[in-house]
Design a protein around this ligand. Structure first.
Ligand SMILES: [Zn+2]
Length: 327
């Protein structure tokens, strides 16, 4: 926003809106505050991109510190598991943050995410500007650690895989997005074998279904390798639960002492899941089979109805209609 007198009440308005919505629904969230300084390597942001920008790395770091402080006040972390709102940092990509600025992210505590080698063009631009791959540039800057989540990691060299695996970074595979955007299939099995931790995510709004993403991970592996069973059902469940919790540094992902009680229950009697062995359900269910959602030990949603907010489909239809009216 502009640095004028009425800017202060609107500071972090989007972040606050998302955080309040998540907290009111009982969704545990890690908002990844994203640094986006250039439209491409050595290119200014386009007019349409200007609203993403912080101008300089100092501008980003100052705003990020302000956001962290504002959230600590509004959403205090009293005990692990009791807090639903957390802040993290993201380097949008090697295209959007100059290499000289990357070491600043090594100073931050908490998780750091980056879109990595999503398309071959990103690798080519990076090679011609820096003479190295995006993973190598990040590695030299000290940000490839076990706190880093590399999103996509689709077009990697063997050296890149060794760097990410050796540092035990988390990889956020987004199979539905990568398929929809025709970006390719990343080397998930090789990354896991090299020591990286696989998790799952989404980078668009066409498909928002964690189970379909999980199935897409194994389907992509089979298609590119010509082999079945590249990830076992247990490995897929671990990627979906513990992998995701590690990527976002949240005290969830397993039902054990010291962790928050967050889980979903899946129907075993739907057209998709009926007859599946327990461990096979990860390969047959979709989000339509989620019957109960629990977070912080409380039932939030049962059969599509939120305990406090009501019927989710109706709420969505109302929100969508309101957007269409504005549009
Ligand atoms: Zn992306």
């Amino acid at each position: 926003g502009d640095a004028n007198d009425d800017a202060e009440p609107r500071a972090h308005a989007m972040e606050r809106a998302l955080a309040r919505a998540a907290a009111s629904a009982g969704i545990r969230i890690r908002l990844l505050d994203t640094c986006y300084l250039t439209g491409a390597i050595d290119a200014e942001l386009s007019p349409e991109q200007a609203r993403f920008g912080d101008g300089t790395i100092d501008g980003y770091m100052d705003r990020h510190a302000g956001l962290t402080e504002a959230f600590a006040e509004e959403f205090p972390v009293n005990a692990p598991g009791e807090s639903f709102v957390h802040v993290g940092a993201a380097i949008h990509s090697i295209r959007a943050v100059p290499a000289a600025n990357l070491p600043r992210f090594a100073e931050l505590t908490g998780p750091v995410h980056v879109h990595l080698s999503e398309q071959p063009a990103e690798n080519e631009a990076c090679q011609s500007a820096y003479g190295a791959s995006p993973t190598e540039v990040l590695g030299r800057s000290g940000v490839v650690t076990d706190r880093l989540s590399a999103v996509h990691a689709t077009h990697l060299s063997e050296e890149d895989i060794a760097i990410l695996g050796g540092s035990r970074s988390t990889i956020v595979m987004c199979p539905c997005t990568e398929a929809d955007l025709a970006d390719g299939i990343g080397p998930a099995r090789e990354l896991a074998d090299a020591g990286a931790v696989i998790s799952l995510g989404s980078d668009q709004h066409v498909v928002l279904d964690a189970l379909r993403e999980t199935q897409g991970l194994e389907a992509g592996e089979r298609l590119r390798s010509g082999q079945r069973g590249r990830f076992s059902p247990t490995e897929l469940i671990t990627a979906l639960t513990e992998g995701g919790a590690r990527s976002l540094d949240l005290p969830v992902g397993a039902l054990e002492v010291g962790k928050a009680c967050d889980f979903v229950a899946l129907r075993t009697d739907s057209m998709r899941t009926m007859g599946s062995l327990d461990e096979q359900i990860i390969l047959t269910a979709t989000s339509a089979d989620v019957s109960v959602t629990v977070s912080g030990g409380r039932v939030r949603v049962r059969d599509g109805v939120h305990a406090e907010l009501g019927d989710i489909s109706e709420l969505y239809a109302q929100a969508f209609a309101a957007l269409e009216m504005e549009g």
